[in-house]
Write a protein that binds this ligand. Structure first.
Ligand SMILES: [Fe+2]
Ligand SMILES: [Fe+2]
Length: 468
């Protein structure tokens, strides 16, 4: 009897193994995703709903969304969030500003949509609100967001490098893992190259679908990358003329406090005790210097964080940005900017400049310097050239990664800034603290020893460009 059972079990096992073998084969080719026609076209229902800051995050909140062009008038409703489902009985209604984006003749956009924007005002600080958008007939769901406090209070935010490629395919998991790791994050910095082809409506739709409802709950702080600039048509391309994504000013409602020609790409806002500054590393770099000087000079905040796309210190190939370094870094040094968050290189590097010396020992320390980070969140990966970073006389490279999708969680709590980088699978990849000290530069506390070992092309799943 026992012998018969053993024989039966063995036969079952062989059959199962055979079935699994024919149903599961190793995937060697991986073509780009294909989306059906009209996949990215707007309808009467609000979509691409996104929160941004355009003024004081303690008392205002902007929301922008998209519909087809039959929806000519839109409204938004906002109420104090409450556990009772009919919290909407206390809602206030705001009329939206509706603007037609006619991009029918712009290559890869080829679309006309209506965009609708509202800025909720007179909000209570540090308060949870619920809001929805629509036209009175077709509505979104109710989203929730929390306003900033009026004074310093612990908070976290997210930062990601280039999403850009394979956005729906693999940036989706990264951004969702980020939200899981920091569900109370108050905003997310996107350090440029959000998509690959500036005006491409399908790629923007990928970006909005990958983030999904997170975009309606977690305010975005976007800065433009080189991939946000393309010609509108073949004539532009032949003349090497490029324009920022046609969608940019329509879909993001951002502060208007930058230089005139760079509005909504160069701007700043204060979030509790931190000043967040977006620079545009693509255009009029020199013209941004006096603006930046004044924004850093008249800065009452404890912490200063700057984001832009092209790194001051580059770690990939022939991507050095000397002009940018010469123009902007003296101001970062002068005002002791705490953190500079960038993208573009499709690798990860974290280091510091200037190198600082201990006056007693003469030994270089890492206290008092600006920390520079380059990161990548999407699916395109380059090779790192450490030699380039290490060739900078006044900079020190401390942590690297290749072939790894990363997001960063940054927490500010009074005199302490806690920085953590995580992989798309939620593993801690990099960490350090900065501690403000009276009349001294920041104390730097290295915590990379808590992280997983260094990842490179050599010890990770092959990044085979031919097979994507
Ligand atoms: Fe770039
Ligand atoms: Fe990029």
């Amino acid at each position: 009897m026992n012998f018969k059972i053993k024989i039966c079990s063995a036969i079952t096992f062989i059959l199962l193994f055979f079935l699994v073998s024919i149903n599961a084969q190793q995937t060697n080719s991986h073509p780009d995703l294909v989306f059906p026609d009209k996949w990215s076209e707007p309808t009467v229902l609000p979509d691409h709903i996104i929160l941004t800051f355009s003024s004081d995050p303690a008392t205002t909140q902007s929301v922008t969304w998209r519909t087809n062009t039959t929806i000519k008038k839109s409204i938004a409703e906002i109420a104090l969030a409450d556990g009772a489902p009919r919290f909407w009985r206390n809602a206030l209604q705001y009329n939206a500003v509706t603007t037609l984006m006619n991009a029918d003749s712009i290559n890869t956009a080829n679309i006309s949509s209506n965009y609708h924007a509202v800025t909720f005002t007179n909000l209570l600080p540090d308060t949870l609100y619920a809001y929805r958008v629509g036209d009175g007939k077709y509505w979104s769901e109710w989203f929730q967001f929390k306003t900033a406090a009026k004074t310093a209070k612990p908070f976290s935010f997210l930062y990601v490098g280039d999403a850009q490629n394979y956005i729906f395919e693999v940036w989706s998991r990264l951004i969702r893992q980020g939200f899981k790791k920091a569900p109370d994050a108050r905003f997310i910095i996107h350090a440029g190259d959000l998509i690959n082809n500036a005006h491409n409506e399908s790629q923007w739709h990928e970006w909005f679908m990958a983030g999904g409802w997170l975009h309606g709950m977690l305010p975005s702080v976007p800065t433009p990358g080189n991939h946000e600039y393309r010609g509108y048509n073949a004539d532009d391309d032949s003349k090497k003329v490029s324009h920022i994504s046609v969608q940019w000013p329509y879909q993001f409602t951002l502060p208007q406090n930058g230089p005139e020609q760079l509005k909504e790409t160069v701007y700043f806002f204060d979030y509790q005790d931190a000043r967040i500054i977006s620079l545009n590393s693509n255009r009029l770099r020199k013209e941004q210097v006096p603006w930046l000087d004044s924004v850093l000079f008249y800065n009452p905040n404890k912490w200063t964080i700057i984001t832009f796309h092209h790194p001051i210190f580059s770690g990939a190939g022939d991507r050095d940005n000397k002009e940018l370094r010469d123009l902007w870094k003296p101001l970062f040094d002068k005002y002791k900017v705490d953190l500079v968050l960038t993208g573009h290189d499709h690798t990860y590097t974290r280091g510091q400049s200037p190198k600082t010396k201990n006056s007693l020992t003469g030994v270089n320390t890492r206290n008092g310097a600006t920390v520079y980070v380059v990161s990548v969140s999407g699916g395109k990966m380059y090779n790192l050239s450490e030699g380039l970073w290490n060739g900078y006389a006044d900079a020190q490279l401390d942590r690297i990664a290749e072939n790894t999708q990363l997001f960063q969680v940054i927490n500010i709590d009074g005199s302490k800034l806690k920085y953590e980088a995580y992989t798309a699978t939620g593993q801690l990849y990099d960490a350090f603290d900065l501690v403000k000290r009276a009349k001294k530069g920041n104390q730097f506390i290295e915590k990379v020893n808590k992280a997983i070992p260094e990842r490179s092309h050599k010890n990770t799943i092959t990044y085979d460009k031919k097979n994507k």
